[in-house]
Each structure stands twice: as C-alpha cells, then as structure tokens.
Design a protein around this ligand. Structure first.
Ligand code: FRU
Length: 484
C-alpha cells in the first residue's frame, strides 16, 4: 500500500487526525463559515462521536478549532445543525445574538437513546454550554430518531425541526427554539428507502433559476441501496407551509443528488446573508459499507468540495444542479488550454502534474455511435457513449488493495442514462484520492473516492476515442494545497 500521506486531499477538508463522518452545524456568522463534523479524535474508525470544528472565510482554507461538543454522562453527540438566534428567542442571548446547536444525544437509556439535545454559544462557537434541560425533544419510543435540522420559518414565524424517524421525517415547531410540538410526518412510501433508517435531513427554500418562483427542497440520506449502491443522497421538491412538506412529484419519483458512491449526509449552510443569497452544500465523501476501511490510518475521510445548489427547469421537470463554489474559480486563475478540436486519433494521453489537484473543464460533442473513454486514474474510468441518439455514461472503479470490505465494495461499474444526445459541459475535480464529476451544467454529479496504487504520481490522463468526437475548450487548472 502507498504511504497514506499520498492520499490526503489537497483541496478537500479532512480532519487533523482521527475519524470524520457527517458535516454538522453548518452556519455562517460574522464573516466565518463554520464546519462542525462527526469526529472520533482517538481512533481512525467510527466510535464515540464528538463534534469537531473548523472555520473558514472562503470555504476552501480551513482553520481547525478545538472540539466543540464531546460525549458526557447523557451520551455521545450524533449529527445535527447550528443556527443563529438573532432575536434571542431562546433567552440565552440577552441584548445580543448567539449560536444554537442541536444534536442527537445517543445514550444507553430513555430518554437519551437518540433524543435531541441543545447547546448554545456566546462566542461564535469557541465554547458551548449544553442546555441543562436536555433533551429538548425526547425519544417517543423509536429505535431511530436522530439528526435534527433546525431553521427559522419566516412565513409562519416559528422554528422548525426535522428529525429522521425510521422511514420518514418528523417535523416539529417551536416559538422559543427550546420546547417543540410535533406537527407532521413526511416520507413513508415516497422516494428511495431501504431496510435502514433515513438519515440527515435538510429543508430549504430556493429560487428557480431565471424565474421569480421558489420551491422547497428536502434532502435526505439513504444508508444502503443508493444509485451506485451503498449510501446516497436523494431529494424531493415541493412546498412547505410551516406545518408540512407537500411534494410535487409522484411518490415513486426518486431524485438523486449524486450518482456516484461517495456523497452522503449532505447539509447546507444556514444564515448566509441575503446579499450573498447562495445555498451551499457539503457532503461526507465516503460510503458506510467501507468507510471504516479506506486505506489511511492517522486520519480517515474527507468532505466533498462545497457546491452551490440551484433549481433548474429541465425537460424532465425541476432538477437540483450543482456547481463548485465560485471561491474555487478564484483559485483557478491560470488555466492551461490542453485541447480544442475534433479528435481524429484513437488515443492520446495528456501529461499533468498530479502532485497538485487538477480541475479539468471542457465541452464534449459526440456524434451517433461514438464514444469517449477517459481514465484520470488507473483505477477509475468514465466512458461517454451515444447510441441511437441516446447518451450514457459508464463509470468503472477497479481498485483492489487487499482489504476485504474495501475490495468487496470498491470495484463497481454502473451507467447513467443521460437522455438525448447534446454537447455536454464537464467539470472534473481530481484530488489525490477523489474524482468529482459535474455534467451538463451540474445537473448530474458523480462523486467517487479512488485510491490508485500509483498514488498522485500517475502522469497522464488517458483519452480514447471511437467515432466522431470533439473536445472543446479543454482547460486544466492546477490547484495547490488550499488548507495551508
Ligand atoms: C449518518 C449517521 C447519522 C448519525 C451519525 C453518527 O452518516 O449515521 O444518522 O447521526 O452518522 O455518526
């Protein structure tokens, strides 16, 4: 196995040491984006959960801060959210504003076997006090009852909390952000389910691009059986009246936020100022079936690149699109034009400096009965094919590194039907152990971990062509360590 330092991403968030899973408590306040996360500081496998903490002014370069929430006699700290209490509804912040964090307390006995706890901070998350009256929402007798998402709903003038409860989401309301009343359930028989509980909900209002209209988007994680197998993230589009979520699509519709293997527990930042107005998401870049076994030791797991979400009218209906945050574009100031032409040779290789991360952007034109094969790492290939006017993408991950769970779950091969043939714009971000592919204006996102045996020193991107293929404006941006 390669030395693990070769796998540590250069432009993605990783913990300083130990284990990381879900992003938690994403909130913006006083010029800082906060990223809390599920953290096990004493081992590089999942264990007693803490909330790790980091802050950033640009969502790329992060400063690690001391642990925010640690287990106590009530239990450990599972996933949740943080919000700014601007009007002191909670009563903790007389004459000022502060942060509220909601997390799942998981202890051994009722009422602490998955119940929702509250903590508050007067100093922008540097110190937290756990609320003496915890839990604020006790477990009503369910095995799975976790991952509170809280936000202020302006229209109905109430705080809203979403909690996953098995195969559905429970919605609660509160006027003081402390005592909560059950309002409704959503989800049974809607979208994708497996035998395990839904996890990590999010709910927000978002503009439809080029329109005055908005919709509400509800995001939720499915632990197994996502599009490419394993854990994955789906979303629903609809309306929210402060009491209940009303989906617009029929119950059998399944909308995936990402089609790859490693995109889970997606959350969005709250309290981003209206003058900015973006809805920015980040996800855990791993997958439960093998997350504990990926081949690193002193640290394990990374977050995806933060992405701006938007709602687009497509021929299939409304779809949530992704774009890497514009702060990343600002780091891509010296693009190198690699190729801009119809490719008449059957194969070629572009030599890059793989000690940096690389972002490749281009537009792809394929005639009928044509295909393009791209191999950014020796263990990962993408094949775009047009047959009878229909475009498909086949993704293959081939790596075997001799760890049972890893090898069992890593090799995979899946295809995505992209529909009618059309020029595709492609944005591919390659870090040392990941590939994030955004297609077609970000309507399709495919995120995969990849642990190449050659590590970051593989020297070329292999391209094979059959039929008539044109690659236009293929630009490469070299990205150096942004964490420093
Ligand atoms: C999702 C999840 C959450 C839970 C957390 C525990 O990945 O299982 O439901 O709160 O991880 O670490």
């Amino acid at each position: 196995m390669l030395a693990e330092k070769y796998y540590r991403p250069l432009v993605h968030f990783t913990p300083p040491y130990g284990w990381l899973n879900d992003p938690n408590g994403l909130v913006y306040k006083d010029g800082e984006y906060h990223l809390f996360y599920q953290f096990h500081p004493f081992d590089s496998v999942w264990g007693p959960m803490h909330w790790g903490h980091a802050v950033s002014t640009d969502l790329l370069s992060w400063t690690h801060l001391p642990i925010a929430l640690a287990p106590d006699k009530l239990g450990v700290c599972f996933s949740g959210t943080a919000v700014v209490d601007r009007s002191n509804h909670s009563g903790f912040f007389a004459g000022t504003e502060g942060l509220l964090a909601y997390y799942t307390i998981t202890g051994d006995n009722a009422p602490f076997n998955q119940s929702q706890g509250l903590a508050y901070s007067h100093d922008n998350g540097r110190h937290w006090t756990k609320y003496a009256g915890n839990p604020v929402v006790a477990n009503p007798g369910l095995e799975d009852f976790r991952d509170p998402k809280v936000f202020w709903h302006e229209l109905s003038q109430a705080w809203i909390m979403l909690v996953t409860t098995g195969q559905q989401i429970a919605i609660y309301r509160s006027s003081d952000a402390i005592s909560w009343q059950f309002s409704s359930f959503f989800g049974e028989n809607y979208g994708a389910h497996d035998e395990r509980a839904w996890e990590c909900p999010d709910l927000f209002e978002i503009n439809i691009r080029d329109s005055q209209e908005t919709r509400w988007v509800l995001i939720v994680g499915v632990q197994r059986g996502a599009y490419a197998g394993g854990s994955g993230t789906q979303y629903f589009i609809g309306h929210f009246d402060g009491e209940k979520f009303i989906p617009e699509n029929p119950p059998e519709t399944v909308l995936w936020l990402d089609y790859g293997r490693d995109f889970y527990a997606t959350q969005t930042w709250s309290d981003i100022p209206t003058a900015d107005g973006r809805r920015i998401a980040i996800s855990w870049m791993s997958c439960w079936p093998y997350a504990n076994q990926i081949p690193t030791q002193s640290w394990r797991s990374a977050m995806t690149m933060p992405q701006e979400l938007s709602l687009k009218k497509t021929t299939d209906g409304l779809r949530l699109c992704h774009a890497f945050i514009r702060e990343l574009n600002e780091r891509c100031r010296n693009p190198v034009l690699v190729v801009d032409k119809a490719l008449d040779r059957s194969g070629m290789a572009f030599v890059f400096d793989w000690s940096a991360a690389n972002r490749l952007q281009f537009s792809l034109e394929l005639a009928d009965n044509s295909s393009l094969f791209l191999q950014p790492f020796s263990d990962l290939t993408f094949t775009f094919t047009v047959l009878q006017g229909r475009l498909t993408l086949r993704c293959q991950r081939l790596g075997q590194i001799g760890v049972a769970e890893y090898d069992e779950h890593f090799p995979h091969d899946f295809s995505i039907a992209l529909g009618d043939n059309r020029p595709l714009n492609i944005d591919l971000l390659l870090d040392r152990s990941s590939a994030e592919l955004l297609l077609d204006d970000g309507q399709y996102s495919i995120t995969n971990l990849v642990f190449s045996k050659e590590g970051p020193v593989q020297k070329c991107l292999a391209v094979l062509v059959s039929g008539e293929v044109a690659i236009r404006n293929f630009h490469r941006h070299e990205l150096h360590n942004v964490m420093a």
